[in-house]
Design a binder for this molecule. Structure first.
Ligand code: DQA
Length: 151
């Protein structure tokens, strides 16, 4: 049985491929889901990708990744919190309550952009941060997740 990983995406990433393609590229979130799932299969992992524009819903998606009596949960979380990276202590606190590895992905290089994007609350919990590698960053994160889960 393969190991389940969730790939969580915050606000406006439903418009990936359409919004600001000069910054975020032309691939859609469906393209990302497919590429990650194909790669994950070769690594003995299974990925499921979710997106929400709502902070509370993102918090609940993180809670759902926790294993419980009713829910097998996820072995690891790959997350692009999008704008909530820079604002949300609630998303950070939810991730603090998750025991497995967390990898943070940003499609753009947030450090090369406006100053308000330079700080991410999530980075203080993340086991790794990938920024500025385009949507390939998600695949790099899947690869890294496989390494972390084998260790
Ligand atoms: C982003 C960077 C954030 O600053 C921005 O708010 C996003 C996307 C990225 O993937 O580069 O929505 O997380």
């Amino acid at each position: 049985m393969s190991v389940r990983i969730v790939i969580l995406n915050g606000p406006n990433l439903n418009l990936l491929g359409l919004r600001q393609p000069d910054i975020y590229g032309h691939d859609t979130l469906e393209d990302v889901a497919r590429k990650c799932s194909d790669l994950a299969q070769t690594l003995g992992l299974e990925t499921e990708l979710f997106q929400t524009n709502h902070e509370g819903e993102l918090v609940e998606m993180i809670h759902a990744a926790r294993a419980s009596a009713e829910n097998e949960g996820a072995a690891g979380i790959i997350i692009n919190p999008a704008a909530f990276s820079h604002t949300s202590v609630a998303v950070l606190d939810a991730l603090m309550a998750f025991d497995g590895p967390v990898l943070e992905v940003h499609i753009s290089n947030i450090h090369k952009r406006e100053a308000f994007r330079h700080h991410s609350y999530v980075s203080s919990r993340a086991d790794g941060v990938i920024a500025g590698c385009g949507v390939q960053g998600y695949e790099l994160a899947v690869q890294r997740m496989a390494t972390l889960l084998k260790a």
